[in-house]
Design a protein. Structure first.
Lengths: 380, 174
């Protein structure tokens, strides 16, 4: 038998043993490494996960709410707050690490993460004073030109660490005793909310050092409780009282301009027990000029941080209520995207993400179990 | 966090099986002042030496492992009595925070208001047992000493929160 016929016979025998397939064998592969597109989709969302059952090894989960897809995550230290740079290239976290996980030498760092690779680009050690609280939106903020990052410290002495992102070093530590947080204003100022009811505005020079400081009366803390978890549109910040009165302040001028207060509720609604509640309980969709507030109908004094399924929408120009949104699960924190087709995003108390289309006011879907104990949502 | 109060109480008293919700409820062992009591910052740790009932008695009724126990009226975190410690002792290997909150709780047995300090035990990560939040009043964070969203392991070597004890410091007057 010629060799070729023998080979053909073997092949035929072999073929008979292998089930016939409609497909060619798959090619060999190499391991890849995913990267995220730049610029990011305007709907990309960063969920700050406090991880109550750990609070040491924590995370920021990056998701695409349109595709209901997890895009990746950042591993953070000690329930780090996070802030997105305006250039969309960097997300900063203020981490606390111990050399032996829960003991040993404490090191606080500001970590700069690349939004494309979700890897650290650089870090700088900061004073080991970063506030350890439930994640506050304005506990980590940055200047309008992305030059300086402001880190809120609580030891319980209150200061702000100013980090120069250009020089990649600490520029200064600003004493704000009696006041909290850094509400960023323009390129070189930040405001802090004081226990006295004042607003303290700190102005920095181009080296990140204090060049001016002013104090203005804002509200009476003996008369009302103002939730410190404000929301801003440009240089105007909106605070809400636990009873549902909006206190706005416009920081665009040389001195803060306190805006006339207005109520989220009518007299009847108030009588019916409607009041705001939640953690990051307010969001603004800038292109719609609308404010969204988590509301509950059974208000009592102690419920000001309660979650809710109900969100009221207000026109920021007329202050009129323009709609109600309802989620299938209790939401604790809100954020809205900044684009022309905005989404309203809410973290539910089971760790899921609720998504609403703000053009239609419709609830689109719930991404269940995408995080554990999310406290804040950030969007570019 | 007030929602934790409400939800935890619901879950502990009525729907204890909702474990996923309960998981969400574990939080910072931060403490707050109830009612009109003035906040007091205690610079000295006396927890280990504190004398208090470790088991229910006629004068100190209730179960120290239950969130309903009277002196947990302002607790916010994991109960150390469920974590290897007791109502007045930190679990083995944890460190008492030097800085704490004071609350005032009414003892149903004698009707007296007691000053309770809620020291956090620190240096190990979240205990995860017996999450309990029962705060009835809280001020925003610009009044930090009346705010319960802060981790009060500030006074410990490592600000890593494990659980909270509830120690009688005296009878409230006035």
């Amino acid at each position: 038998m010629p060799l070729s016929k023998f080979a053909a016979g073997l092949l035929a025998l072999g073929s008979a043993l292998i089930p016939p397939s409609l497909y060619a064998a798959l090619p060999t592969e190499t391991v890849g490494q995913a990267e995220l597109p730049f610029p990011p989709s305007p709907h990309r969302s960063y969920l700050i996960d406090f991880e109550f059952d750990n609070m040491v090894a924590t995370r920021v989960v990056v998701v695409d709410p349109d595709r209901q897809k997890v895009l990746g995550m950042l591993s953070t230290g000690g329930a780090a707050p996070a802030v997105l740079a305006h250039d969309q290239k960097t997300v900063y976290t203020a981490d606390i690490f111990f050399s032996r996980y829960v003991r040993g030498t404490r090191t606080d760092v500001l970590t700069a993460w690349d939004t494309r690779t979700l890897s650290p680009s650089w870090e700088v050690e900061i004073p080991a004073k970063r506030a350890s609280t439930l994640t506050e939106k304005y506990a980590l903020s940055m200047s309008g030109d992305d030059r300086f990052v402001y880190v809120y410290n609580f030891t319980p002495s209150q200061t702000i660490t100013v980090v120069d992102t250009q020089a990649r070093k600490v520029a200064s530590e600003v004493n704000i005793n009696g006041c909290i947080l850094a509400y960023p204003i323009g390129d070189r100022r930040f405001a802090s909310l004081c226990g006295s009811g004042d607003l303290q505005v700190t102005t920095l020079d181009d080296n990140g050092k204090v060049s001016d400081r002013t104090t203005s009366k804002f509200f009476d803390p003996e008369q009302e409780k103002l939730v410190e978890r404000a929301i801003h549109l440009g240089d105007t910040f909106y605070f809400v009282t636990t009873e549902g009165v909006i206190h706005g302040v416009d920081f665009s001028g040389a001195k803060p301009r306190i805006l006339p207060t207005w109520s989220l509720t009518t007299e009847q609604e108030k009588k019916d027990g409607w009041a705001p509640g939640g953690w990051q309980l307010m969001a603004i969709a800038p292109r719609l000029n609308r404010l969204y507030v988590l509301m509950h109908p059974d208000h009592e004094r102690h419920k000001w941080e309660d979650p809710s399924t109900i969100i009221w929408a207000f026109d920021l120009k007329t202050h009129k209520k323009v709609g109600t949104l309802e989620a299938p699960n209790l939401i604790w924190s809100l954020n809205a995207t900044n684009d022309d087709a905005p989404l309203l995003l809410g973290t539910n108390i089971e760790g899921g993400l609720e998504t609403f289309d703000l053009k239609t006011g419709k609830h689109l879907h719930t991404m269940e179990g995408v995080s554990k104990t999310p406290t804040l949502i950030l969007n570019h | 966090m007030k929602f934790l109060d409400r939800f935890f109480e619901r879950s502990s008293r009525h729907v204890a099986s909702t474990t996923s919700r309960r998981n969400f409820l574990s939080k910072l062992g931060s403490l707050m002042v109830v009612g009109t009591a003035m906040p007091v910052l205690l610079p000295i740790d006396r927890t280990a030496k504190a004398l208090a009932a470790e088991s229910p008695s006629a004068g100190d009724p209730g179960d120290p492992n239950s969130c309903d126990y009277w002196r947990y009226c302002s607790v916010d975190g994991f109960l150390c009595s469920c974590c290897g410690g007791s109502v007045t002792s930190c679990p083995p290997g944890t460190e008492v925070s030097q800085v704490t909150w004071i609350g005032t709780c009414r003892n149903p047995a004698d009707g007296l208001d007691y000053i309770i300090s809620y020291n956090d035990c620190c240096g190990k990560h979240s205990c995860g047992q017996c999450a309990c939040t029962r705060n009835d009043s809280e001020e925003p964070m610009y009044r930090p000493f009346n705010n319960n969203d802060i981790n009060w392991c500030l006074g410990a070597k490592a600000n890593v929160y494990n659980c909270t004890v509830a120690v009688i410091r005296g009878v409230a007057t006035g």
